[in-house]
Ligand binder design. Structure first.
Ligand code: ADP
Length: 259
């Protein structure tokens, strides 16, 4: 498939998609993709028709987290059929490139790839399309806001100052792009020792809550640093699916009902 060049066009609705929610973070490695995968499967478990567009061009992890592999088909050579697992319709740049292949793309190519994933993928009828953004404030974020209607953004951060500093820049960018902030999620909020139950605030405590209050946006969830969250996500079945009765899974389900 040829990448389309990014023509200067105004926002367009993605056919069949009711709402687009962007999942963003200031820094990488704060758990944005893990939250996206769990939220997508939680929305599906709550009966929503949900899609997940993995736009984290530098480290597309949704194929692994949702247990999807193989190349998406394009029977007509123009549109692309999305993949589906755990009740989630998904597409990822990671399915177009090899897993170990580094993506060294310039802005216009990134913009073309994002537009292709938005408008050439046959998403079908969806209540909500989650977009797992790359970290930071770059071309992909701008293109998404300018080419389609983003109904809201969720910012994932860890509680330490350095991550919050970058999260703040992300919020500022969405404000400039006039994308409503639905709220913040504090990930790796605390660690509960599996041996003794002792709670440790590895990255500090309450940082995201304080920031959310200061910025006047809701704190949507506080997710612990939890071994089973990591093994589930890395194993291709998010904890919402693989341990659906766990308190972590229930927390994602509660968040999904709220969205
Ligand atoms: P990002 O998308 O922000 O770069 P990821 O979602 O890829 O971050 O998470 C980075 C790593 O941290 C992954 O290996 C993931 O499994 C792990 N991780 C994320 N959130 C948690 C958590 N709450 N508990 C344990 N491990 C987590």
């Amino acid at each position: 498939l040829k990448m389309k060049s990014a023509a200067p066009k105004g926002p367009e609705k993605v056919p069949g998609v009711d709402r687009i929610i962007a999942i963003a973070s200031g820094k990488g490695g704060v758990g944005k993709s893990t939250v996206s995968a769990n939220l997508a499967t939680a929305l599906a478990a709550e009966g929503r028709r949900v899609g997940l567009l993995d736009a984290d061009v530098y480290g597309p992890s949704q194929p692994r987290m949702l247990g999807v592999s193989g190349r998406p088909a394009s029977p007509d050579g123009k549109t692309i059929l999305p993949m589906r697992n755990h009740g989630v319709t998904m597409m990822s740049l990671g399915l177009m490139t090899q897993e170990d292949e580094a993506v060294v793309w310039r802005g216009p190519m990134l913009m073309g790839a994002l537009q292709q994933m938005l408008f050439q993928v046959q998403w079908g009828a969806l209540d909500v399309l989650l977009v797992d953004l790359p970290p930071g404030t770059g071309d992909v974020q701008m293109t998404l806001a300018q080419k389609s209607h983003v109904d809201g953004a969720i910012i994932v951060s860890t509680p330490q100052d350095i991550a919050l500093l970058d999260a703040r820049k992300g919020i500022d960018m969405f404000n400039k792009l006039e994308t409503p902030i639905l709220g913040m999620i504090e990930n790796m909020s605390m660690h509960v020792c599996t041996n003794c139950g002792h709670v440790e605030h590895t990255f500090g405590h309450g940082g995201v809550r304080a920031e959310a209050e200061k910025l006047g946006v809701p704190l949507l969830a506080e997710i612990p640093l939890d071994l089973s969250i990591r093994t589930a996500a890395d194993g291709g079945a998010p904890i919402v699916v693989s341990q659906s009765a766990s308190p972590q899974a229930q927390a994602f389900r509660a968040l999904a009902r709220h969205l």
